[in-house]
Design a protein around this ligand. Structure first.
Ligand SMILES: Nc1ncnc2c1ncn2[C@@H]1O[C@H](COP(=O)(O)OP(=O)(O)O)[C@@H](O)[C@H]1O
Ligand SMILES: [Mg+2]
Length: 247
């Protein structure tokens, strides 16, 4: 049975979509069958982060409603093991039937090794929809105090929902900023009250890859791309030391 991973945050713009696309690509390159689901209804952009914005894609709502089987999700042209369902444009998250959504994901578990859900910002309906189904939750934060506080609040909501396997990714960190903030891995974990899954550095290639319609892992080999590969290995159960971006 495949594992369901929800990529969440409290604050918006922390890098959920970029990190979700990077990890999904890395997991698929490691030989896994991966399904990526954009859950950011109305503001979808996982297709951009995957470098496939110019391809048409069926939405998860089309699958929930039984118009398509989940195995018909679009194949990534560069990574054939990676499949993708986009988010519907005009359907409030509160109108998605959680039972239909869960049924779709249960079918997907039988066909994929990993299913990654890229959630919207905030702790509203879309957050809950993705979190409820997940076996493992990744909270993406920036190194700034507002994102870390929002991650902590999101973690509290998740704990109230009975979720257990929650880990943190700190995105957009640089040596310079970490030094200026005198930030350590322990400080971040203490602040957010969560164990760390990984650090992703600030890297202009994230923006450039998206602008040139490329998946990050096809565009860059170091920086954020390498960090996503390291995180994917940890998800697979390998020991990989944390990048030495901060103390
Ligand atoms: N590690 C990074 N380095 C540089 N820019 C990044 C990084 N991660 C994300 N970004 C940029 O930040 C913006 C928000 O990222 P996105 O992944 O869309 O966040 P979210 O899904 O949380 O809203 C995008 O323009 C993206 O290109
Ligand atoms: Mg997003």
């Amino acid at each position: 049975m495949g594992e369901l991973i929800a990529v969440l945050s409290g604050k918006g713009g922390t890098g959920k979509t970029s990190v979700c696309a990077g990890i999904a690509t890395a997991l698929s390159q490691m030989g896994n069958k991966v399904l990526c689901v954009d859950c950011d209804i109305g503001l979808r952009n996982l297709d951009i982060a995957l470098g496939i914005s110019e391809l048409g894609a069926i939405s998860f709502l089309d699958v929930c409603r039984g118009d398509y089987d989940v195995s018909m999700a679009s194949h990534h042209p560069v990574y054939p093991n990676l499949q993708f369902l986009t988010a519907p444009m005009n359907c409030p998250a509160g109108d998605i039937d959680p039972l239909e959504f869960a049924r779709m994901l249960n079918k997907a578990r039988k066909k994929f090794n990993y299913i990654l859900l890229d959630a919207p910002a905030g702790i509203e309906a879309g957050f809950r929809l993705a979190a409820k189904a997940a076996d493992r939750i990744i909270l993406v934060t920036g190194p700034d105090p507002a994102s870390i506080r929002d991650a902590r609040q999101a973690a509290q909501v998740l704990e109230q929902m009975g979720k257990k396997n929650i880990r943190l990714i700190v995105n957009r960190i640089s040596k310079k900023m970490a030094a200026a903030l005198n930030l350590t891995v322990d400080d971040i974990m203490d602040e957010a009250g969560l164990p760390l899954l990984g650090l992703v550095p600030e890297d202009e290639q994230v923006v450039l890859a998206a602008a040139f319609h490329q998946p990050l892992l096809g565009y860059g080999k170091k920086g954020a791309a390498a960090a996503c590969r390291r995180i994917a290995k940890r998800i697979e159960g390998h020991f990989v030391p944390v990048l030495k971006v901060i103390k």
